[in-house]
Structures are given as structure tokens and as C-alpha cells.
Write a protein that binds this ligand. Sequence first.
Ligand SMILES: *[C@@H]1O[C@H](CO)[C@@H](O)[C@H](O)[C@H]1NC(C)=O
Ligand SMILES: *[C@@H]1O[C@H](CO)[C@@H](O)[C@H](O)[C@H]1NC(C)=O
Ligand SMILES: *[C@@H]1O[C@H](CO)[C@@H](O)[C@H](O)[C@H]1NC(C)=O
Ligand SMILES: *[C@@H]1O[C@H](CO)[C@@H](O)[C@H](O)[C@H]1NC(C)=O
Ligand SMILES: *[C@@H]1O[C@H](CO)[C@@H](O)[C@H](O)[C@H]1NC(C)=O
Ligand SMILES: [Ca+2]
Ligand SMILES: [Ca+2]
Ligand SMILES: [Ca+2]
Ligand SMILES: [Ca+2]
Length: 763
Amino acid sequence: MAAPYFPTFLLLIFFSSIALLVLTVLPAVTPSLPQTAPSLSSRWPSCGPGQSWAVRIHHSPPRHEEDEGAGSAHLDVIADRVAKQAGLQNRGQIGELEGHYLLCSLQPDSKSLGGIWKRSIQPGDVLATHPHVLWYSMERALSRSKRSLAFNDPDYPKQWHLHNKINRGMDINVTGVWERNITGQGVTVVVVDDGVEHSHQDIHLNYSPEGSYDLNSNDPDPMPHPDLRSDNHHGTRCAGEIAAVPNNSFCAVGVAYGSKVAGIRVLDGPLTDSLEAIAFNKHYQINDIYSCSWGPDDDGHTVDGPHPLGKAALQHGVIAGRRGFGSIFVVASGNGGQYDDNCNYDGYANSIYTITVGAVDEEGKKPFYAEDCASMLAVTFSSGGARSRNIVTSDWSVRSKRGCTEGHTGTSAAAPLAAGMVALMLQVRPCLTWRDVQHIVAFTATQCDSLADWGVNGAGFHHSHQHGFGLLNAWRLVNAAKVWESVPFLVSYQSSVIKEDVPIVSHPNVLVRTWNVSAADLDPSGMRTLEHVAVTVTITHPCRGNVEIVLLCPSGMRSLIGAPRSIDRDPSGYQDWTFSTVRCWGERAEGQYTLKITDYKDAQSDQCAAVGVLKQWKLTLYGSSMTYSEVKERQRLVEEAMSGKHLDSNFSLPCPPGLDIPPEIVSPFTSNNLKFLLLLGCFSLFWSLYYVLDVTLGHVYLRGLLCLPRSRSRHRTSRTSKGRGVEEAVPYRDEEEQDSGVELLAVLDSEVKVPNGREQLET
Ligand SMILES: *[C@@H]1O[C@H](CO)[C@@H](O)[C@H](O)[C@H]1NC(C)=O
Ligand SMILES: *[C@@H]1O[C@H](CO)[C@@H](O)[C@H](O)[C@H]1NC(C)=O
Ligand SMILES: *[C@@H]1O[C@H](CO)[C@@H](O)[C@H](O)[C@H]1NC(C)=O
Ligand SMILES: *[C@@H]1O[C@H](CO)[C@@H](O)[C@H](O)[C@H]1NC(C)=O
Ligand SMILES: *[C@@H]1O[C@H](CO)[C@@H](O)[C@H](O)[C@H]1NC(C)=O
Ligand SMILES: [Ca+2]
Ligand SMILES: [Ca+2]
Ligand SMILES: [Ca+2]
Ligand SMILES: [Ca+2]
């Protein structure tokens, strides 16, 4: 019985060992050959293009009685026979393609074949007529341009965030976008930071003086100041990540290297609310995207955000910036992870006007410094632990002679990458509104890191408190942008202020409060589906870090909007603090919202023993008239666009013209400018009068188009300085990085003051 099967068995062993050999050899070869496309035949020098044949073999007649394994072994036998008959050598199955074999000429030249066939017989002729050959083709050298463009910048190969050869897929997937000549042309990104070294070799060509300003010295030149105490390299590093000039044999390449980059110098000195407000709207018809890699102190016990002017400026920016399409504000989520900090206590991250960007390391995992929150929109790459690579970018040449660094870290390094990706989106579709950009992020970000608390919401979006909707992917963002029709205008719904005055019970008991939003409630605004959901609470508590606040949307989607923070022993509670979540994005707005509050009492602490009280709360929904089925339809359209077919064709959706918003005054004065100046003068007069009245009435309300002249008038009335930490993270210290580490730790312990959150959003 065994005897007839013996040769088959041997053959099986023989071919599976060949297959094994091929399988083990191939992966080892691929990563080490970044220069040329590896091919099977490269292992055998005699079997190059022109000397190899790819064939597809089939059984004939079909042999049902054999099982699968025996079937493929049988194919191997046939392939061997076919090869022999054609005077070729069977080199085995091609990769994982069953029935496909590579047959090689034994001679250096395929035209002069030896073997058992006469010289006049070509392998092609044999293969063409062979009953077992379904298809064959002589292999030719394929013309393939390298996926990573051939840049001569010496540090480009180290920019793993652009092309990760070690952890496949752990990069922003931008090279295919660049290959289609999408590099951010026509878009300006401004780095709001400690200055930008615009004379830098990698920045100079892409620098936009028109979008720049120095608010610390009040002049148009944002050049960082040499300063022994503070290290002003931060803005230059961020600018390089966005728009470092490619192929200039120097340092690195920016994500949107065809875009312009401007600088607003504002962090090198005491930052005030009014300065911040000016920065957020500076040259806002020139600057499309504001990249802000800084925020309130990440010490785990700060609750702070933009103050009234800063808030008004953010709102004004999305209404009037970019000719009414809205300035895009990208903010870093913060580096307080090791202090249990959470970006829901950071008003810049919480703001609906900002794109809140967190970081993952080069393996797509959450780094030690990253903060969680429900308002996180997405993540992109940055540094990780001591063994992970950092971000390679331009550097301030006053401090680093080389003008190039391998040590940019933290969510500071992530936000500019996101800003660069948005620049790519705006090139293909300049009329995307600030909300369109947020939608597209939600629709296209991809899941990473299986350890994160991923949940799928009622509209099918996956989100985690660690990584938002997931990894930003330039390819997906740009393809979606290309086919994206602007979403309907923003509408909102506010519950009344719900007075409670109820004690907050201790864990495991939970204080539960609900609010029903009916169809009739939503009728006036026409809201159908959700974007951001915000809850404003006033809570008194002896140790506010012990309180946990959870919001459930009607779908049941759970957002941890108020995470406990072990370090936060602040006795002042929360005064009208607004927490926001993006986790209910795209869901139906109608239904019951549930607030769950509990107190993780610290038994040891006398201070924390007293009972906290929920004084009042308010629910605010933001969304649009887009119906649930329209959301689903868009999801389908977006996925359909991912093939890249629309980037390759001349396809383009029409773009409405922007609003004619007068630009800021620039010299030289034209008659139009003078007219505008006159107008502005009148307005200023009117508003200063109004302002005086306003202040005397005790209501500082800034809104609409006119907040800019007003915040200007307050420019010099400098108030208390606010500490603003740059979002760098330094897991270990080498010589070069020591200073940024100090910078991180030396951030002023600023006023821990809860701003009276006047969330007056007339939308
Ligand atoms: C970069 O410059 C080199 C010449 O230095 C040129 O051969 C190459 O094509 C350029 N690459 C790109 C992507 O422009
Ligand atoms: C990355 O981009 C390429 C095009 O360059 C695309 O084919 C591929 O699907 C993209 N990968 C992901 C995960 O989006
Ligand atoms: C790339 O696009 C820019 C402007 O969008 C154009 O000037 C340039 O010629 C394009 N380059 C190629 C190679 O198509
Ligand atoms: C609110 O909605 C829930 C479920 O939809 C319902 O059970 C409850 O009675 C409603 N409450 C009020 C006050 O309408
Ligand atoms: C795109 O448009 C250009 C000229 O506007 C034309 O030459 C080219 O053939 C078009 N390409 C496609 C794919 O339609
Ligand atoms: Ca200056
Ligand atoms: Ca360069
Ligand atoms: Ca923080
Ligand atoms: Ca935000």
C-alpha cells in the first residue's frame, strides 16, 4: 500500500522544503534591499528578465479524488514536466500564487537553448501549445520608479514617520500623495510658537513672510531670539516637519513640502489672553492652518484653556478665516501622561474649533507621555520610550550648528505632522471648511494599538480615548478630501442650565442624571446628527481629581469626559467647566443623554473626606442637518475613493468662492486699503464706545467679525502671565536634549484658575 505513494511523498517533502526556503529567504531579502525591487529570480543569477517565464499550470483532466495538499504537489510535478519539455528549469511556485510557477532558462541567453529540444524550438512555442499551461508570459524588467521619491536630503532616510521600513504601515502614508504632485501647493501653515528661523537652509524657500509676525517684540520678523535661558528651537523644529525643503542635499523633508510655512512668535515671553487672541487670527486670510504645539501645564492638576479673548479668537477664526471656510487650528493634546493628566482638562483640546492631535510611537502604541481624552480627534507619530526613534526635522542653527535634529519629541512633534497633512487636503480641495476637515479625519483615521479602549459608536466610527478615531493617514485624508462635499452648516442645541445641588455619591454608587432631547427640541435648528457633544458642569469638591464624569449618548456610546486624576487635589472643583467628546460623531442627536458622576474617595485623606456637590450642568449638542443615512452614504463614498482613482483623473468638485472678507491692512496703502482703514477707524470708535459700556455693565462679550480690532486695543494691557508648556516629551537625556527637558519641567506653575467658561456659541 505504502510503496506507490512513496515517490509522491518524497516530492512533497522536496517541494515544501523549496517553498520553505523561498519563504524564509524572501522576507530576509526584501527589507535589506531598499534600492531595487527584489525579485524571486535575483537569487539565481542566470534567471533574469528575458530568461524567465511565468506560467500558470492546471490539472487536466481534473482529479477530484485528490485532496488539496496532494493537488498542489501534483501541480508541482506537472510544472516540473512542463519545464523539462520546454527546456527550462522549474524554480517553484511564485510566492503565494497557487498554480503559478517560475521557469528559468538554463542558458544565459534564452535564444540559444540547449536541453532535450532542438535549438529551433523556443520555450514560448512549447508553453503556448502545452495542455497543462493556462497562461504564460516571458518576464521583462518592469519599469518601476521607487515608491519613496529619490530625495538627496541626507536625513530623509531617517524620517521613519514618512516611510517606516522597520514597522510596516507605521507611517503617515504620504509618498503616494507626493507622487501625484500633491505637496501642499497654495496652502500656508503657520507655526504659533517661539519663532521660526526663516533663514534656515531647509525653510527659507518655503517661508511666508506675509503670514508671519513677532508678537513678543511686536515686529513682522519671527526670528527666534538667542536666549541663554530658554531654548527657542521649538518653532523651527515644527516648521521643518511641515515644510522642510526637499532635495536640497540638506537635512530633511517636510510632510507638505510644497506648502508655505509662516511663523508667529508668541511663546518667548509672557503670554496673555490678548496676545493669544491676536495670534489665533494673525493674517488669517493668508494663513490657512494654525499649528499649536503648546497648551496649559501638563502637571496633572491644571484645569485651564483659552480665556475669553482666546476663545473669541478661535471662534472668530473659524467664522471669518480662510475667506469664511474657517481657519484650521491644530493643537497638541499634551504630554502629561506620566502625571495622569487628561486633555479633557485642557480647554484648547476640548474646544470644538480645534483639531486635537495626540501621539503614538513608531510601533503605533501609546507613549508614556500621551494623554487620554474624549475630545481627541486622532493621533500621528512622534517619539516613544527611550528605545523608540524620535522625529527628524530642522533645528535652530543657533543652538545646533548642523541645523538638523533627530530629537524632536512629544505631542509637539505630532501636531505639525497633522497640520502638514491638512495642507495636503486643502491643496486638492481648497474650500473644505474647518468642520469638513474634522469630519474627514473621523471618516478616514485607521485603528491602531490593540491595547487601546476602542469602541464603535452608533454611526460605525471607531474611537478610543487614547487615540481618538485613530491614525491619520495622508493617503486616506487626501482621497477623501478630493470627493468631499461640504457638510451642512453647524447647528447647536443647548439644554437649559439644570440646577441640581445634589451630593456626589462615592464609588461604587453613581449619581445619574438624564436629559431627553426630543424631535421637537431639535426642530428649530434642524439638527439630525451629532458632531461634538459638550457638557458644562459646576461641581464643588474638596479634591476634584477624585471625581469621575461619564457621558452616555442616546446610542449608549460612553465617553469618559472627566477622568479621575490622582495628583489633582485642588479644592476649587469645577466652575462652569466644559468637557467635550467626539465619540458620538455621526450618531442621531435625538434621545436620552445620561450623565454619571461618581467620587473615588481617598480613604486616607482627611482633606478629601467631604462630599462633593453637583451644583448645575448643561448639555450642548453640535451637529448638522445631515441625516443618519447621509452619514452612512458618505462613509461609503469615502471608502470608494480610497483606490486613488480620483487623484489620478482630472476629477474635481466645484468650489464655491469664499466670502470677501477684507484682509488686514498691509503697506503699501492702496485706495481700497485706505477706505478700509477709514472704516476700521469708524468701527473702532464705535466699538470702543460699546466696549466702555460693555465693561461698565460687566459683560465682556466679544463676538463676530469685530473681536479683532478690539482685542488689539487691549494688546498692551498685559495681564498676568500664563504658563504655557510646549508639548515636548523627553524620555531620556542626551546632551542635546537636556535643555528641552528642563524646559518641560521648568514650565511655570501658573495660576490654577478655572476661567468662567462662557460658552456662548451662537451657532
Ligand atoms: C532630486 O535631485 C536629484 C539630483 O540631485 C534628481 O536626480 C532627482 O530626480 C531629484 N528627486 C526629486 C524627487 O525631485
Ligand atoms: C497607502 O498609500 C497607498 C498609495 O500610495 C495605497 O495604495 C495604500 O492603500 C495606502 N495604505 C493605507 C493603509 O491606507
Ligand atoms: C505640480 O503642480 C504644480 C502646481 O500645482 C505645477 O506647477 C507643476 O507643474 C506640477 N508638476 C508636475 C510634475 O506635474
Ligand atoms: C426620556 O427617554 C427615555 C427613553 O427614551 C424614557 O424612558 C423616559 O421616560 C424619557 N423621560 C422623559 C422625562 O421624557
Ligand atoms: C487631464 O487634463 C489634461 C488637460 O487639462 C489632459 O491633457 C489630460 O488628458 C486629462 N487627463 C485625464 C485622465 O482626463
Ligand atoms: Ca522679531
Ligand atoms: Ca531638505
Ligand atoms: Ca494636559
Ligand atoms: Ca478639539
